[in-house]
Design a protein around this ligand. Structure first.
Ligand SMILES: [Zn+2]
Length: 260
């Protein structure tokens, strides 16, 4: 894992080996921080805890952007702050716990089962993360997974998008949803409406600026249109076997739904 990189004042990103996963740290002036999607291996989580200590930061709150296994991990060294997620994400994490733990054991051996997915639902109607640091708005939607939320660090002009807006992964749809395509378009519209984003931090991939966010939104909408027409095989992000497999599965399902 690379160490924490400050992408703008008070916002740090660590990048991990598994699928170029990222962890975002939002620092407050009082030495506390909000920790978003900490990952992935036990060694990386311990390194993250050591890096935070080196920066003089104590975790006041965690946040899991969505219920997938690689976003709901934790380690004792990170402390026992509440780890927030949307209410729908908390329910989905519990429902999918067995499968999630099996994946964690496969790709992050030694994962702490006790701490896996120990999430606190956001209060009803919460528009921002309940902590005393910089205002972080919650942009809830249901693309990619139930209860997915992007986070908007308002004063820093940062949008943390979870498993969306990636430069290295195609849009990955929740094929169990009633309207995976509509859900995805809706989420992209929400992101496009966030004012004055200067940094986008995807859960997998690389940090981009505001122009790069707009480029990714356009590329993702184009991809959705392509799979609706049974195409999309030429997306430049289809560089790995698992992405090609997922692409074929969603292209087949979406184009059938649209024409059948
Ligand atoms: Zn995911």
């Amino acid at each position: 894992m690379a160490g924490l990189v400050e992408v703008t004042r008070g916002v740090f990103v660590a990048t991990h080996d598994f699928c170029t996963s990222t962890t975002t740290v939002v620092a407050a002036d009082d030495g506390t921080c909000l920790l978003v999607d900490p990952g992935i291996s036990p060694a990386e989580l311990d390194t993250l805890a050591a890096d935070l200590a080196r920066h003089g930061l104590r975790v006041a709150a965690g946040f899991a952007t969505h219920p997938h296994w690689d976003h709901v991990l934790w380690a004792r060294a990170l402390g026992d702050a509440p780890r927030f997620a949307t209410a729908a994400a908390v329910v989905a994490t519990a429902a999918d716990r067995e499968r999630g733990l099996a994946l964690a054991d496969e790709f992050a051996p030694g994962t702490d089962h006790d701490l896996y997915g120990r999430l606190t639902p956001l209060p009803d109607g919460a528009e921002c993360v309940p902590w005393s640091g910089p205002r972080v708005d919650v942009v809830e939607h249901r693309a990619h997974a139930p209860g997915h939320a992007a986070l908007h660090v308002v004063d820093a002009h940062v949008l943390i998008t979870g498993d969306m807006c990636s430069d290295i992964e195609i849009p990955l749809l929740d094929l169990d949803a009633a309207d995976p395509l509509g859900d995805y378009h809706h989420a992209l519209d929400l992101f496009g409406a966030v004012a004055d984003v200067q940094q986008v931090i995807p859960g997998h991939g690389h940090v981009g600026d505001g122009a790069e966010l707009r480029r990714r939104l356009t590329a993702d909408r184009h991809y959705l249109d392509e799979i609706s027409a049974g195409r999309g095989d030429d997306d430049p992000r289809l560089t790995q076997a698992w992405l090609v497999r997922d692409h074929r599965a969603q292209r087949a399902k979406i184009s059938i739904t649209r024409t059948g």
